[in-house]
Design a protein around this ligand. Structure first.
Ligand code: GDD
Ligand code: GTP
Length: 449
């Protein structure tokens, strides 16, 4: 029996995905018509041996409950959401919930980062891992990246039998072009390694005897003490928002605390794949991921794709959406539930979320239109594509920051937050509009708060 674990982080993570994640947690953001991690679940249920899927994150149960019960109904497999009391890192959550993962004695479990998109070759990964024999603790799905981009990922070197001899997480200088895709097969023995590490961390945390002179809890303080506190406060705030804060002793990094020490022990392997794979970090990468998941439907779920004389493949239209026959949609468009697309509309390379309305003759290109948003008649909503460089073999999406060095908005897709309305006959170019804003004029290269 096999299991799967999907790591989804929590509300503090994924800042680069804002404002798309302001209304919907990033793991539930629809790509090609399905919540992001539903694609992971679909990959797992392809394997009959996979009997249980555990989703670990620090979102509240309320946010995840509906999704989990919908998925159980759809796929007839046990799915549970396990909430971390605080973000515990990529291995801390695994270790905390180890008893649930090991329950029923699975031969191994898949571990999948929730923020990657791929044609996950889980069957092949499992077979590859099994062939490496009982000593194999973890098998990583690896792919080739460019020399320049590789340093943003976990990088590894392999021996001729695919054992990882060297693993460095996001190295500061070039190490290797083979990168970690954030998808693994793990033997339950990986918990032994974590247990050792956990004990060591706990020991360091609760330090032993220092001195016999004790503090009575009564002080005289100079007002300058506030300077020290201010500095510390700033530092903590900064590390909190960048995710590099001081962590609880339960915090563990899968990559740094488990994978790196396993390299060179003949227990860590990597299977190199050439299948499509991408991270989903920025809003721009959602359009790219949308295109690839739609393409995958051609092979895996052709019934999900809509066909028609005015639809340029690939297009997904939710059955409850109404699209006028004179509208030209595609390529690479996903239209959510309850959306209305009126006469003469043109939409390409975009995601239109639930209950949005695109009025007659409007154009939407390289954009995400939020839930309940409206685009007025003859309006033009347009962004700039941010695809990997097609001239560079193995190039991945660049997760470009929102602003460039001069403080200007980097050209990217246009995003309309939930409930935004764009008036008739206006142009919105390379802009981000935060939720519920009623625009009254055209905007270019702006963030509209
Ligand atoms: N449950 C939980 N708790 N999940 C977490 C936590 C946490 O505290 N922190 C991160 N995650 C989840 C994220 O949601 C994401 O799905 C995954 O773990 C990894 O997230 P990051 O820590 O942001 O790492 P990364 O995406 O920059 O890099 C990782 O993935 C790359 C491939 O996409 C590393 O594994 C790299 O080596 C790898 O190349
Ligand atoms: P940066 O802060 O941009 O560096 O993000 P990061 O790379 O540290 O975070 P990452 O994108 O890896 O976090 C990914 C996970 O956080 C996703 O799988 C989501 O589960 C979750 N997530 C991302 N953004 C948000 C958000 O704004 N709101 C909520 N509720 N969840 C989010």
């Amino acid at each position: 029996m096999l299991k799967a674990v999907i790591l989804i982080g929590g509300p503090q993570k994924g800042t680069r995905f804002r404002p798309l994640s302001l209304d919907i947690p990033k793991p539930l953001f629809p790509v090609a018509g399905l919540p992001l991690i539903q694609h992971h679940i679909e990959a797992c249920v392809q394997l009959e041996e996979c009997k249980e899927i555990l989703i670990i994150g620090s979102y509240t149960v309320n946010l995840m409950q509906q999704f989990v019960s919908d998925m159980m109904k759809e796929y007839h497999v046990t799915i549970r959401y396990l909430q971390e009391f605080t973000p515990l890192g990529t291995a801390g959550g695994l270790y905390h919930f180890r008893d649930q993962i090991r329950a029923g004695d699975p031969a191994a479990f898949f571990l999948l980062n929730g923020d990657v998109c791929a044609d996950f070759p889980l069957k092949e990964l499992w077979k590859f891992h099994e062939e490496k024999g009982p000593n194999a603790v973890v098998t990583i799905m690896g792919t080739e990246a460019t020399r320049q981009q590789s340093v943003h990922y976990g990088c590894m070197a392999l021996s001729t039998d695919a054992a990882v001899t060297h693993y460095v997480e996001k190295p500061s200088t070039y190490v290797a072009t083979l990168i970690n895709c954030g998808a693994y097969v793990c033997a339950p023995t990986c918990f032994h390694i974590m247990a050792e590490l956990f004990q060591k961390k706990q020991k360091n945390y609760y330090t032993t005897y220092v001195a016999t002179l004790i503090n009575c809890g009564a002080y005289v303080c100079a007002p300058t003490c506030f300077h020290i506190m201010a500095e510390l406060f700033q530092k903590k705030q900064k590390s909190y928002y960048t995710g590099n804060g001081v962590h609880t002793p339960e915090y563990m990094s899968w990559e740094q605390d488990v994978l790196a020490p396993l390299a060179g022990t003949n227990k860590l392997f990597a299977m190199q794949v050439t299948n499509w794979w991408s991270q989903l970090k920025t809003a721009g990468s959602a359009i790219y991921a949308n295109r690839h998941y739609l393409q995958l439907y051609r092979r895996r779920a052709p019934a999900r794709l809509s066909l028609g004389p005015h639809l340029l493949p690939d297009v997904y239209i939710h059955p409850t959406a109404t699209v006028d026959e004179s509208a030209v949609i595609g390529p690479n468009v996903s239209i959510g539930a309850g959306v209305q697309v009126q006469a003469g509309v043109r939409i390409k390379e975009s995601i239109i979320l639930n209950n949005a309305t695109i009025h007659e003759h409007a154009l939407v290109m390289y954009s995400v239109v939020g839930q309940d948003a409206t685009v007025g008649p003859w309006a033009r909503v347009e962004g700039t594509p941010s695809d990997p460089d097609p001239d560079k073999p193995f190039a991945k999406m660049d997760n470009t920051p929102l602003f460039n060095a001069d403080g200007r908005l980097n050209p990217s897709i246009t995003i309309l937050g939930a409930g935004v309305s764009v008036p008739a006959e206006t142009i919105l170019l390379n802009s981000i509009v935060l939720p519920h804003k009623q625009l009254t004029r055209s905007f270019k290269h702006e963030i509209i708060l």
